[in-house]
Design a protein around this ligand. Sequence first.
Ligand code: BES
Ligand code: MN
Ligand code: ZN
Length: 489
Amino acid sequence: MQVKTNALSPSRWTGDAIVLFLFEGDMEPIGLLGDDVAQMTGDRAARVVFSAKADTFLALNAPGERVRSVYLAGLGKKEKVSIDAWRRAMAAAVKQAGRDRHLKMLAVPGGEASPAVSAALAEGALLGEYRFDKYKSKDDPSEVPTVLEELHIHEGDKEAIEKGLITARAQNFARDLANEPGNVINPVTLAEQARRMAEETGIECTILDEKKMEDLGMNGILSVGGGSHTPPRLIHMIYRPVGTPSRRVAFVGKGLTFDSGGLNIKPGDYMRSMKGDKTGACNAIAIMKAVSEIKPGFEIHAFVGAVENMPGGGAYRPDDVIRMFSGKTVEVDNTDAEGRIVLGDVLAYASKQEPSVIVDMATLTGACVVALGGYTAGIFTNDPDLAASFMEVSRSTGERLWELPMDDERLKKKIRSEMADVVNSGGRYGGAITAAMFLREFVDEGIKWLHMDIAGVDTSDEDYGYYRKGATGFGVRTCLEWLSKYESR
Ligand code: BES
Ligand code: MN
Ligand code: ZN
């Protein structure tokens, strides 16, 4: 899809469809559409009592020659509108245009096309058209929507549109990787995908194989990967700016290409969807893709622990004691609490590069989904300013975040072990927090660190806004937006 700004008046524009964005209680912008369509649009909108509440949508056939469809997309009350409402409204229009077999659409934000809105519209369009249907052999053609060829944004901000496109392409890339099943994406093939992207974009990429990890003593990763026929990989990607970088930021991703639970095997219902236990990794890799295009002024690293947790003969066991890369020892209580063991090694390895900030993303705990529901990610940090900046960014990206506390010293005792430094499971209560406390043990003193538990938000069980059933790429937009804010601080 080509997305560009367009200065031509909507009353003179020709194409397949026009989408007009409306605030609740203000139908006046319909006049912008021109006499040939405005009156019929207004009449029919009045007849169906179109409210323009957020996430409402009305598709109308236009009688004229100039355009074939007029869409009205509701944003809700003007005083309360969020940037995300624009994004979702644009996605709804793109989805409808696909069903209506349209190829060329004009988006009319009605004088509201700020840079933020322009970026959101570009994002909503690309995210909304996303499909993952590569494994479907010959669909019924009437069920396959067409893909929009051209989207014109009336008086859109050119630079912001470009930024939105980069962001959305990265998010869709993360979704593509995450939607792949475990028999296609395993630790080795995930590393290959990362390397391929790196070669295409000029990002540095080093992949540590099992032998190298043995030499380094990365026994956390090796233990979790022991039960699988596919050996683990540690993926390390680096973007270096031209000139002297002002600082160094590291993204870390949990890359469990499949989590069966290991010997503490998951029951069937819980194992289903565990191909999605790699979404933190997919996000980190996708962020690097966007970074290669945005070219920020500081050095950015991505570290991914790519591992498959299986109950094979080489599997690690409950009761095992693991000496981690950092030197700390972990007693294994439950082999299904594997993500924190993998990340323990990755965080310690990332720390060695002395970044000023580490942001990790992980589908870490079911407990986080129980605490916050499936639409809000938990954040945990050792730096209050970092939490505040992520919360602020989350308001414009629409990726909901909520901070959970890390200062409960009584709860921290749950990960104490009789015989080792820590135990890998702190039990049911406060499970998202004790998991984060476990991770904290492996981040070097003095490094600002934020952990995002994306369990639940990483996949959508329904079509909603710009999401489709499947991987969401949740976190990519927020991290990229945070990076651009962080750069200017
Ligand atoms: N990958 C899971 C967490 C998860 C659950 C992600 C549901 C997405 C949806 C993780 O490895 C896991 O199994 N965690 C256990 C921890 C427990 C054994 C302490 C959990 O949440 O039950
Ligand atoms: Mn698990
Ligand atoms: Zn897991």
